[in-house]
Unconditional design. Structure first.
Length: 306
């Protein structure tokens, strides 16, 4: 898992882009993140539950919420909004402690709420593409309106100061732990080793990891190694044995076992099936991002008519 640093559109508290997801490992950030599936489907794992998002589904990930994304058997295309809810902290300070609880939004069950999101996202895309004089003002006004409607339509909890402080401490600790794992997953690291680094009881640390990631330390380490192995299968010509050595698996049998559990097939089957269309198309260059967001307008308008 990693902490993601988000670069907003200049003069705003927003970043928007369109992306085809292969996989995105567990991570978190200070921004709230809103996903709209434009095409296909995708799995979102929040550490406690895996959500299958289909075309037109919307999902809200709260600030500091741990989440990962993984493709299904079909291609996908997602529109993503990343926004800092603290944009309105000066005139609505409570927003810093709001955590929305109705996160998976379906058009069929919440048509009015769903349509509000679709309309706001379409306006954001249109505004960003036109870039008229003062467009940042319009973007921020759309975000304010969207947050206002969310407070009126969604269920949410408000963290007290003590709980919010504890959340920040826990995220700091979790970031250190996972960063160490990301740097050392290829070695035989243990829970005891990490507990000593954090000056914690090993059993407390085990419970801490299970509480915040939804899986045990060993299962998460296996998942991390499996995801690294997946990347090497799709993007290199390394042999299975070399991939085992690169990713910390003791032998191919262990790699095979983890792959069957995480991906439902063997490493060889996975490489053969997904190697051709495995390129993740996240665009960091602003010119390419604008082109992709322009493309999103077509899907957003289709969603409104379908």
């Amino acid at each position: 898992m990693e902490y993601e640093f988000i670069k907003h559109i200049s003069g705003t508290s927003l970043k928007t882009f369109v992306v085809s997801i292969n996989w995105r490992e567990l991570h978190f950030h200070n921004d709230m993140e809103i996903f709209l599936v434009l095409k296909g489907s995708v799995n979102i794992d929040d550490g406690q539950q895996r959500h299958l998002l289909k075309r037109n589904d919307i999902f809200i990930s709260n600030r500091n919420a741990i989440h990962s994304l993984r493709r299904t058997q079909e291609e996908n295309l997602l529109m993503v909004l990343q926004l800092d809810p603290l944009l309105c902290k000066k005139y609505y300070p409570r927003i810093a402690h709001v955590r929305f609880t109705k996160r998976h939004i379906l058009r069929e069950s919440s048509p009015e709420y769903w349509e509000m999101f679709r309309n706001c996202m379409e306006k954001i895309v249109a505004c960003y593409c036109k870039k008229e004089e003062g467009y940042a003002l319009e973007l921020v006004s759309i975000l304010n309106h969207m947050l206002f409607r969310m407070l009126g339509h969604d269920d949410y909890t408000v963290l007290d100061e003590k709980t919010a402080a504890a959340e920040n401490r826990n995220m700091d600790r979790l970031q250190r732990i996972i960063e160490f794992m990301r740097e050392n997953y290829m070695y035989p690291i243990t829970l005891k080793e990490i507990a000593e680094r954090e000056n914690l009881d090993m059993y407390y640390l085990s419970h801490f990891i299970k509480t915040h990631l939804g899986i045990s330390f060993q299962n998460y380490l296996n998942r991390m190694r499996g995801e690294k192995a997946e990347y090497l299968l799709l993007h290199t010509d390394l042999s299975h044995i070399d991939i085992c050595m690169e990713c910390g698996f003791s032998d191919y049998k262990y790699l095979n076992k983890v792959f069957l559990k995480e991906f439902g097939c063997t490493p060889g089957e996975y490489r053969k099936k997904y190697r051709i269309d495995s390129v993740q198309i996240t665009e960091e260059n602003e010119q390419h991002t604008v082109m992709d967001v322009n493309r999103a307008l077509h899907f957003l308008k289709q969603a409104g008519r379908s």
